[in-house]
Write a protein that binds this ligand. Structure first.
Ligand code: XUL
Ligand code: MN
Length: 346
């Protein structure tokens, strides 16, 4: 086990969401950014993560000078609150120009728009004092195989990453894979794909990844194994912990809510790799359950962190010697029970 250390925590403005889903309207009133920042402070979190338009609303219709001004205003609010900006992610899935893909659209004008928007996102990140850009490649995939040339799309993705890497010599890009939703099939569905893509770019050392629990589960993978795989390459630069009950829509449940043992194994993997020691944050990409009342609006975030910290204790007090003996004896039934009893508390 790596030496013990403490963790820093983060969430995004979208994690204090209002409850709308494809079948119904919001169930809680919209709140201001100031309110969200105050709640983050109240919960004692350390950083906030941003989409480019969370940081600068209506970013597409602003001039570079207006973007700089809005970013500086946000920077001041964060500094006054003592909250860091963890990352900025271009929202490449909302504009009409991204309807058939952003970097991988069949339309060259739309691909140019996606790259330009990503460069503006880098400007915002720099101004906010973070070198980390997250790419959730929401619409880079297809609804039907024949609509796009998947081989060419790999080149388009590399071209976009290369433009971003060339634009700023310090920027680091963390790809957040997800296998489906909104697309039927995404081109970068797993950490293996993300890290392989990194190797094709002009500066592989500056392209890493972000693992989200729910996304790994949707890909049929164990998020703990994804964490170990990414860490073996030194490439886990951010993390979206949450939970997911099987193969259905992306649920973003509180961490540990669906499968406590799987959550425990993610924490064990983070502990053994010393995640956080190089300044990485533990971010919770979780949402309130839709029926949540206004007065319970923060619980999913607070609970996720409580569960995480309890599981850190469980990881650090795991009876390792006993486990090693059982492993040496190939007594996996006893190992299984040891884990369950440790989690339940004897
Ligand atoms: C989508 C998702 C996003 C990214 C940031 O499933 O997880 O919120 O984390 O763009
Ligand atoms: Mn996420």
């Amino acid at each position: 086990m790596a030496a013990k250390h403490s963790y820093k925590f983060c969430f995004g403005p979208w994690n204090l969401s209002e409850g709308q889903d494809p079948y119904g309207p919001p169930t809680r009133p919209a709140q201001t950014f100031e309110w969200k920042l105050a709640q983050l402070k109240k919960l004692g979190f350390d950083a906030m993560m941003f989409h480019d338009d969370d940081a600068v609303p209506d970013v597409d219709n602003k001039s570079p000078a207006e973007i700089r001004k809005a970013t500086r205003e946000l920077k001041k609010k964060l500094a006054d609150a003592g909250v860091a900006a963890e990352m900025v992610a271009p929202r490449l899935w909302f504009d009409p120009r991204t309807v058939d893909g952003a970097f991988t659209s069949n339309d060259p004008a739309c691909r140019r728009y996606a790259i330009e928007r990503s460069l503006r996102c880098i400007d915002i990140a720099k101004e906010l004092g973070t070198d980390l850009i997250v790419l959730w490649l929401a619409r880079e995939g297809s609804y039907l195989r024949e609509s796009k040339n998947a081989r060419r799309c790999v080149d388009y993705l590399v071209e976009a990453l290369d433009k971003m890497l060339a634009y700023d010599k310090k920027v680091r890009i963390a790809i957040e894979p997800k296998p489906n939703e909104p697309m039927d099939q995404a081109y970068i569905p797993t950490i293996g794909h993300a890290l392989a893509l990194a190797q094709l770019t002009r500066d592989p050392a500056r392209v890493g990844c972000l693992i989200e629990t729910a996304h790994a589960i949707l890909a049929g993978l164990d998020p703990a194994d994804e964490i170990d795989f990414a860490c073996a390459f030194g490439k886990l630069w951010s993390l979206h912990l949450n939970d997911q009950n099987g193969l259905k829509f992306d649920q973003d449940k509180p961490f540990g809510s669906a499968n406590l043992r799987m959550a425990f194994n993610q924490v064990r993997a983070l502990e053994r790799n010393g995640y956080g020691k190089r300044g990485e944050y533990v971010c919770f990409d979780v949402h309130p359950f839709r029926p949540t009342k206004v007065e319970h609006w923060l619980a999913h975030l607070d609970n996720s962190r409580r569960t995480f910290l309890r599981l850190v204790e469980k990881a650090r007090t795991f009876p390792e010697k006993e486990a090693q003996k059982l492993i040496a004896d190939r007594n996996y039934a006893a190992l299984d029970q040891l884990v369950l009893e440790h989690l339940m508390g004897r």
